[in-house]
Design a binder for this molecule. Sequence first.
Ligand code: HEC
Length: 115
Amino acid sequence: MTALFRMLLFFTLFLGCALTALAEELPVDKDTGLIVAPGFEQVKATCTVCHSPMLITQNKADREGWLEMIRWMQEKQGLWQLEPSVENAILDYLAAHYGPTASSRRAPLNVTFPE
Ligand code: HEC
């Protein structure tokens, strides 16, 4: 390996890590532990009514998987019908931030548990 090639390789790796670190720096809501991004408000208002948001933050699924969980809760757990616009916002948010390809680093633990 030539020195130049090595330097290039090193630089590429370094840049990759730096970009990954930047991409992960989305703010996390202190009360829920959820990532603050478009759709967060709808998720907070809808999905923390019955259970801890930790059920969400410790899960990963693609859009279809999240839709299945929502349908399951609607069928079995008394989750109400969601407005299509709300449902879409929630699914976009969940697939983007709690999808299978999202960083495997979990959000910080929310140590004050909701009652
Ligand atoms: C009407 C009450 C209710 C609402 C509102 C609700 N859920 Fe649930 N959800 C439940 C119940 C009940 C369970 C089962 C809890 C358990 O097993 O301890 C559950 C379980 C889950 C699980 C775990 C599923 C699994 O396979 O273990 C996830 C993830 C989840 N809910 C996400 C959501 C999301 C996202 C929303 C917002 C769209 C939401 N919940 C809104 C009642 C609700």
